[in-house]
Ligand binder design. Structure first.
Ligand SMILES: CC(C)(COP(=O)(O)OP(=O)(O)OC[C@H]1O[C@@H](n2cnc3c(N)ncnc32)[C@H](O)[C@@H]1OP(=O)(O)O)[C@@H](O)C(=O)NCCC(=O)NCCS
Length: 137
C-alpha cells in the first residue's frame, strides 16, 4: 500500500522519535524486534499524551498493530505519534513507524497502530483532558 511520510503541520499535537536500530534490539534475522518497536511506539505516543493532558498517563489499549515491513540493524527507525481524538479522560493516538537506510535515504513504511492513553489525576483516578485542538488547513 502506498503511503506518504509523516503528514505536514495540521495543528494536531504530534511528535517524532528517531533512533538507529542497534544489535541488541534485533531478532535472529537481524531486524528490529517487535517488542522493541512497540516500546518505542508506546514511548512516542506517551509523549504526545502527557504533553496534551499535562498529567501523568497510562496506556489503556493498543489496537490494530500491523508490521508491514522489517527494519534492519543499522537502519533508522522513525516513530511518529499524532493525537487523533480525545474523550473525557482518554486520548486516541495514531502511531506510524518508518524505516530508513541512512546511507541511501531509502525509506519505507513499516508499522502502524492506535494507542489509547488515560490521564491520571493525583488521586490515582482518571482525570479530564483538554479538547482536541482544531485542525488547520
Ligand atoms: C486505564 C484505566 C485507568 C481505566 O480505569 P477505569 O476504572 O476503567 O476508568 P474509567 O471507566 O473511568 O475509564 C476512563 C477512560 O478510559 C477509557 N478506557 C478504559 N479502558 C479502556 C480500554 N481498554 N480501551 C480503551 N479505552 C479505555 C474509558 O473509555 C474512559 O474514557 P473517557 O473518559 O474518555 O470516556 C485502568 O484500567 C488502569 O489503570 N489500567 C492499567 C494501565 C496500565 O498499567 N498500563 C500499562 C502501563 S502504563
Amino acid at each position: 500500500m502506498a503511503r506518504t511520510g509523516p503528514s505536514p503541520a495540521d495543528g494536531r499535537p504530534r511528535t517524532t522519535i528517531t533512533r538507529i536500530v542497534m544489535p541488541g534490539q534485533t531478532n535472529a534475522r537481524g531486524t528490529l524486534f517487535g517488542g522493541v518497536a512497540l516500546a518505542l511506539m508506546d514511548e512516542t505516543a506517551a509523549i504526545v499524551a502527557i504533553r496534551h493532558a499535562r498529567a501523568s498517563v497510562v496506556t489503556a489499549h493498543i489496537h490494530s498493530v500491523d508490521f508491514e515491513a522489517p527494519i534492519h540493524e543499522g537502519e533508522a527507525v522513525e516513530v511518529t505519534a499524532t493525537l487523533a481524538s480525545v474523550g473525557r479522560t482518554s486520548m486516541r493516538i495514531e502511531v506510524e513507524t518508518w524505516g530508513e537506510n541512512l546511507e541511501t535515504g531509502s525509506r519505507r513504511f513499516c508499522t502502524k497502530a492506535e494507542f489509547v492513553f488515560v490521564a491520571m489525576g493525583p488521586d490515582g483516578k482518571p482525570t479530564a483532558v483538554p479538547p482536541l485542538p482544531p485542525a488547520r488547513g
